[in-house]
Design a binder for this molecule. Structure first.
Ligand code: CAA
Length: 262
């Protein structure tokens, strides 16, 4: 299947129901210009509607996942420009409403909006070259796409506060220790391993994977008691699916399940 090409990114299709969105604006280290984020939103709309896709990897280049919002585009914007357009817009946040599982495969710089974009994915796999940071304060602004909120929930107040107030970068080892990334891989293995992981997820029942994602995300939005109640209702609902019958029957019959996504 042919790649889907946009000006600032392209989408590769892989076996096993996996799509890889490759941010591709090398001259600006994948700085997230309005055009790039619009294209990202459009690509996600396409992949959400595509029944053959079960999981999505978002990645950049070896040097940069993304070096943040586009400073050259932003520098002269007025308050009314950013308030009026509600920057950061829904095109950036499209990842947070995307219902299929998403993996950020990060090599090189994930700074500012780049770090925020990675954190909007369901989990982050990092190359040993990855560098994470929220350097907005060094250019006279603050994170605007969830950096003060998601980073704090992921790594705790002390580390998040230090990162946001000093703008310093974390390397991959520190990011893994802090719980920002799920695993570190040698740079050359990052994308193959991310695709393999996505294929594994896409091989599960699609609706069940979506329910699992929805339930984990709920942990960030609610109290423990309400979250547990929400989880239990979704867990109960899995018993209304054919794939739950198939999965459990296959286990008992000692064979691989043949999920039909229903
Ligand atoms: N916006 C626009 N252009 C950018 C960019 C950005 N965020 N980051 C890098 N570029 C451009 C550079 O201007 C340069 O372009 P030219 O060749 O035309 O000068 C090109 O990409 C290569 O960058 P460098 O020459 O700077 O590369 P380097 O290897 O010396 O340094 C870097 C790499 C440390 C990542 C450095 O580029 C840098 O500090 N970038 C900015 C990081 C940043 O501050 N990000 C936060 C943005 S604000 C934000 O994201 C707000 C929000 O919360 C939504």
């Amino acid at each position: 299947r042919d790649n889907l090409s946009h000006e600032n990114l392209y989408v590769e299709f892989h076996d096993g129901g996996v799509a890889v969105i490759v941010l591709n604006r090398p001259k600006a280290l994948n700085a997230l210009s309005p055009d790039l984020t619009r294209e990202l939103g459009a690509a996600l709309d396409t992949l959400e509607a595509d029944d053959t896709i079960g999981a999505v990897v978002v990645t950049g280049s070896a040097k940069a996942f993304a070096a943040g919002a586009d400073i050259k585009a932003m520098k002269d914007w007025s308050y009314m420009d950013v308030y009026g357009a509600d920057f950061i817009t829904a095109t950036w946040e499209r990842l947070t409403t995307f219902r299929k599982p998403t993996i950020a495969a990060v090599a090189g710089y994930a700074l500012g909006g780049g770090c925020e974009l990675a954190m909007m994915c369901d989990f982050i796999l990092a190359a040993d070259t990855a560098r994470f940071g929220q350097p907005e304060i060094t250019i006279g602004t603050i994170p605007g796409a969830g950096g003060t909120q998601r980073l704090t929930r992921l790594i705790g107040k002390s580390k998040a506060m230090e990162m946001v107030l000093t703008g310093r970068m974390m390397d991959a080892a520190e990011a893994e220790r802090a719980g920002l990334v799920s695993r570190i891989l040698p740079a050359e293995e990052l994308l193959p391993e991310a695709i393999k992981t996505a294929q594994k997820i896409a091989g599960m029942s699609r609706p069940i994977a979506m329910l699992a994602k929805e339930s984990v995300n709920r942990a960030y939005e609610t109290t423990l008691a309400e979250g547990i109640r929400f989880e239990r209702r979704l867990f109960h609902s899995t018993f209304a699916t054919e794939d739950q019958k198939e999965g459990m029957a296959a286990f008992v019959e000692k064979r691989a399940p043949a999920f039909r996504n229903r």
